[in-house]
Design a binder for this molecule. Sequence first.
Ligand code: JJ5
Length: 450
Amino acid sequence: MITPHLLTPDDLNIKTLGPCKVDSPLASSVSPSGSGSDHFIHAAEFVQDSHRVLLEDRLDRIVKKSHDTLPAFELAGPRRKIFFDPHKLRVGIVTCGGICPGLNDVIRGIVMELHYRYGVKSVLGFRYGYEGFLPQYGHDVMELTPQNVKNIHETGGTILGTSRGDQSKPEIVDCLERMNVNILFAIGGDGTQRGAKQISEEVERRGEKIAVVGIPKTIDNDLMYIDKSFGFETAVHVAFHAVQCAHTEAESCINGIGLVKLMGRDSGWIACHTALASSQANFVLIPESPFQLHGTKGFLPCLLQRLRHRRHACIIVSEGAGQDLISGDGLGNDASGNVKYKDIGLFLKQQIKDYLDAEGMKHTIKYIDPSYMIRSVPATPNDSLYCLRLAQAAVHAAMTGRTEMVVGRWREQFVHVPTPLSTCGRKTVDPEGDLWLSVLENTGQPMVFE
Ligand code: JJ5
C-alpha cells in the first residue's frame, strides 16, 4: 500500500529482470541501416543507475525522515550495459483505452529507436488493445517497421486500434510466450497500467524474462509524479479554439452565453490551462472547486450580474465538475471501469436557461462539447517531440530489463516511475494553489460560488 505523502526511497525503486551484461550497441559503431554514423553516444552521456531526480524540490516539503537518502526517481536514458541481446529480440506494442493525440507518435518513436539505435529486427503491433493477444478475437498482429510507421504521426488515433476492458492475464502471457515476445510496451491509461503490472506478475510467476514497460496515457493530465502527460498540450490547443468560438458566439448577441465542456473527469487541468491561454473565459468550473448554483453568491446569480454589466459571458466547465448537483441514479461504469459521469454541460445549459427565463432576461446559449474533436487530432509539434522522447526513454529502460514501470517527465527530466506509484492516485488542481489563483484573477470569478 502506497501513501503518496509518506514515500520512502524504496517506493521509487524499479524492478529489473536481472543483471545487465550485454554491451549497448549505442556505444559502438552500429548502424543497422548502414546510415554511416559512427558513435551514437559518448561514454559520458550514458546514464548511471545512481543518477537520480529528487521527488521533492521544495525545501519546505522535504521532511528528512529516518532514512539517510531522500526519495528520488531513476533518471531515464541509455545505459552502457543492457539486459537483452538486441539481435535476438522480439518486441510487442499495444495501445488501449480512448484515443489521445500522440499515440501514433509514441508507436513510431518506439519502432524507430528499436530499429535504428538498437538494431532490433522484429516489432509486433497487437491490435485493438489487450484483445489483440487473445486468439478468440481473431485480430491479426501487425509487423511494425520504419517503413510502415514513418508517416503515422501525421494522423490522429492509433494505427493499432484500441479497445477498453480487461482480458485474462494468463492468456495474454500465453500469447507472449507463444510468440517469443521479450518486451511489451503498453500505451494506455491507469487500467492499462494496472493490467500491465498484472501481466508482469504473471510473467514472474512463470519464471519468464519479459519486460513490461508502460507509456502512461491520460489526456486529462491527472498523472501523479509526472509533470505533463502526452496529448495534454494538444488538447489545450484545440480546446482554445473551441473557447474562442464560444466567446465569439457569445459576444455576437445580447446576453449571449458561450458554454464549453472540456475533458477532465476528476481534474480541471484542461479547463484551467485553456482558460488562461485564451483569457476569454469569465467562469471556470472544475471538479476540485465545488460550487452552488442558487446561493446568494451562487453561480447563477453571478452569471446574471455579469450579463447585466457586460451583456455576454463565456463559461468553461470540466466534465467532472458539479456532479453532486445533478440528481438521478448513477450511470454505472464504462468498460474500463471508470464511473460514467452525468452530462454537466447539458445540465448547466438547462439550469441557466430556466434561471434567466425566471429572471425575465432574454438570452442565447451556445453549448459546445469538443471532446471527440480534441481526442482525435494529430499531436502539436511540441507534443510530438514529447511523445518521441517518452518513446526513446521507454526503449532505453526496457532494453536494460526494467519492468513494472512507466516513463514520465519529472522536474524537467525523463524518469522511471514504478507502476504502482503512478496508479496510486490522481494529480488534481490545488484549489488553494497558484494555478487556480491565476484562473480566479484572470476570470474575475469569486473564490467560491456559495
Ligand atoms: O482510478 C483511476 C485513477 C487512478 C489514478 N481512474 C482514473 C485515473 C486514475 N489515475 C490517474 C492516472 C491516469 C492515467 C494513467 Cl496511465 C495512470 Cl498510471 C494514472
